[in-house]
Write a protein of this length. Sequence first.
Length: 339
Amino acid sequence: MEKITQLKQAIQRLNEADAKSMLLLLLVNSSLNEEKLQDIRQSILKFGDKPKTRDVQTMHIVFGESPAGSLKAAFRNTDYTNTEDIIMLPTNFSIGPLKDLHKVSGIEARFEWFQERYNSEDDGLQLYKSSMFDIVEKIKNIPPHQHIVIWTCQNAHEQTGLRLVLAMLENKLNPVFVLDTYTAFHEIYTLPHLAEDNYPRSSGEVSSEDLLSFYERYDLRPLQQAKRQILCAEGLRMLADDDYLIRSWEHHELWQNTNEDCDDAFIIACAKRLEKEEGNKKFRKSARLIGEVMGHMEQYRGDEWIEYRLRCLIKQGVFMYKGDLKAMRYYEVRLPDAT
């Protein structure tokens, strides 16, 4: 009886096309033995268990694996699993070339730039390159009926990403909403008199619970056409630019420069502060210094970039080291005695 009930429930879940396929199968096999009947029962159960087709109404675009994972977790076990989808761009836009990033040639050039600078013990860079091809096409092919929510924050990485995505959406008429997690955080949770250091520097620092709260409580309005055109034009200029490599977010404006060494002075200052606070000039794990830099740095750069600049300073003789430079966990650093 239990098997019959399961079979009946599975048949009720069949859509019209699957039901027709099952009927055809029965007609073709008019002389049925027990083995064939069992095969048909299993087929019906398999079709009946197919998940429902999602009716995606809103496409969310986020920058980085951390906010993408948190947003997926936020939507889990809610009705949003059927109506929302997420596109994640897996790169830090505050550094590296952006020219023609919406084309295969631009993605290849950016990949090669990182490959020359970063230590990669796994296939992370290769995965980045292959996924970027698919992601750019997915952005270009967002259906016209879907709303688009772009998640950003007050940092060069996400603000650059916002402009690049709007450039890729230049000819699309989809309503676009921008959800700034910094602004949402302050409007929903903090009071004007609280200190400025109570804020997320990036969307990746926001919990999944807060992301869901921001989406449901923040007053989202379509990006005004004039503002959208301005940001789109900035993004198009970035996609056409062949010079700027480093981007900073200062006074609510995006600044670009060509100097890869612009963060070196801050790295050195952090090393000096560590030595002063701890009262010695011993070798320290490079990860310890990199974490110190990232914890105090106003700009959002990422640990791979800081580690690359640290290796550059080692080659220049600014830092001493011992160990193997193939990865940050393998070597230690300190400033020379005369520093």
